[in-house]
Design a protein around this ligand. Structure first.
Ligand code: HAM
Length: 428
């Protein structure tokens, strides 16, 4: 039989491993985000990464690129039609309805973190599996919450030492005022139909708002002259938007009104925004985006419940943290190094490691190495004050040698006294 060719496995296209050399940045970002979210009164929620495909088709929107072009469908053996979540919001809405969170005192403020899946063309800052940190607030229609969500984002970036952040903001209105805007937009584009790209011709038929999303060079002059949503807002939506901007002014947060901003998801009402890094080209695309979605809970089968949220793209923020050389923790602060020799010494060292840990003395070690010389070399690299040496003899005597790494002085002490001895020396 011919020999089977050996296959070299690779991560699926557009997906990757998050490696130890970057974990300090990821840890810092997630920890800072989670702590800050809790300080702002948010509680953690986790939802499955696979949901009923219809949840996204009806929630995110059938004609959105995210659903129509980028969603990973999963067929189960039982025939259920599921999908890998392309975004977090519909799953959190489902969890809010399914778990009776609507009957608790409102607003309910939730945060989450996890992978999302979009079958996009991979490029810098764009992955088929990417990670988001999201906030969602349910049960309050006040403009102050829109502003608070944006404030959280700025606060988080500031806390990470990333200061050159600004936002683009717009209002999409509500089902009352959107039809008039839609008509004006359609009217405007119908007269220019021959001049736009094929994608825009399709958008004109399927989802006119998305015309404003077009990145084609030839559509730009038409897009910039197009009617603006803010000119068609009803009184309530105009008042809401004005209040959001007043709160942002009060907080002195830098924002730009962008009348072309529509966002790529169908559920938004009123406020929408995207967060950018100020230096052009330094970060590919938005670092985050969000907005109000006052009808989504109802559209997915719940009661009419106002809601607002945001999701931050962690992959892009980590890249930025690396580029801006954000300081991260240098890892555990080792105080001593454990050097062992022989089976008996190694056994005692394993035990001693745990005792030291319980006493709050972090010990570095290289348990698998045999030679004392090699271990002492590593101890030197760690820059610890003391090495604890445990060989065959010490294991038998119940002792351990404490070696001062600077002076080279050594002293033998009883194993049960070593924690006390070390504490004394550290105090000095
Ligand atoms: P989104 O704008 O689609 O919003 O995604 C949020 C962020 O995720 C983007 O601003 C971007 O930083 C990041 N992102 C999206 N796709 C990719 C990708 N392929 N590779 C790397 N990063 C990516 C949402 O998903 C909404 N659920 C946000 C929201 C929450 N609205 C209300 N609540």
């Amino acid at each position: 039989m011919p020999k089977k060719q050996r296959k070299e496995f690779q991560a699926p296209k557009g997906m990757r491993d998050l490696l130890p050399q970057d974990s300090g940045f990821w840890d810092k970002l997630i920890k800072t985000g989670e702590e800050l979210a809790q300080d702002y009164g948010f509680q953690k929620i986790e939802t499955p990464i696979i949901e009923d495909a219809d949840l996204f088709i009806r929630g995110t929107g059938q004609t959105t690129d995210v659903v129509s072009k980028q969603m990973y469908f999963v067929k189960t053996a039982g025939g259920a039609s599921l999908a890998l979540r392309p975004e977090g919001t519909p799953g959190v809405v489902r969890a809010y309805m399914e778990n009776g969170l609507a009957s608790l005192p409102q607003p309910i403020k939730l945060f989450y973190f996890g992978p999302m899946f979009r079958h996009e063309q991979p490029q810098a800052g764009r992955w088929r599996q990417h990670y988001q940190f999201g906030l969602e607030v349910f049960g309050d229609s006040g403009a102050v919450l829109d502003a608070q969500i944006i404030q959280f984002c700025f606060h988080l970036f500031r806390q990470l030492g990333l200061k050159k952040i600004n936002i683009q903001i717009n209002s999409l209105g509500c089902p009352q005022c959107r039809p008039a805007y839609r008509r004006a937009l359609l009217d405007y584009y119908r007269h220019r139909k021959e001049k736009v790209c094929p994608d825009c011709k399709r958008r004109l038929k399927e989802n006119p708002l998305r015309l404003l999303d077009c990145k084609e060079e030839k559509c730009q002059p038409i897009k910039t002259q197009a009617p603006a949503t803010v000119d068609y807002l009803c009184d309530e939506c105009r008042k809401h938007f004005k209040e959001v901007l007043e709160f942002l002014d009060e907080l002195e947060l830098p924002y730009f009104l962008n009348s072309s901003l529509v966002r790529g998801l169908d559920y938004y009402t009123k406020t929408i925004f995207e967060i950018f890094w100020e230096e052009e080209g330094a970060a590919p695309g938005a670092l985050g985006g969000g907005g109000r979605y006052d009808n989504l809970v109802k559209d997915l089968g719940g009661k009419l419940t106002p809601a607002v949220g945001v999701a931050l793209g962690l992959d892009r923020i980590v890249e930025l943290m690396k580029k801006e050389q954000v300081k991260i923790s240098s890892g555990p602060n080792f105080k001593v190094f454990l050097v062992q020799l022989g089976m008996a010494g190694r056994k005692k060292c394993l035990k001693l490691f745990e005792r030291l840990h319980q006493a709050g003395i972090l010990a570095a070690e290289s348990m698998s190495r045999d030679s004392i010389k090699a271990q002492m070399k590593i101890a030197d690299k760690f820059g610890v004050k003391f090495a604890l040496i445990l060989g065959q003899q010490e294991a038998l005597d119940g002792t351990v040698i404490i070696r001062d790494m600077q002076s080279g002085m050594q002293e033998t002490v009883l194993q049960e006294k070593v924690v006390e001895e070390l504490k004394k020396r550290f105090r000095k």
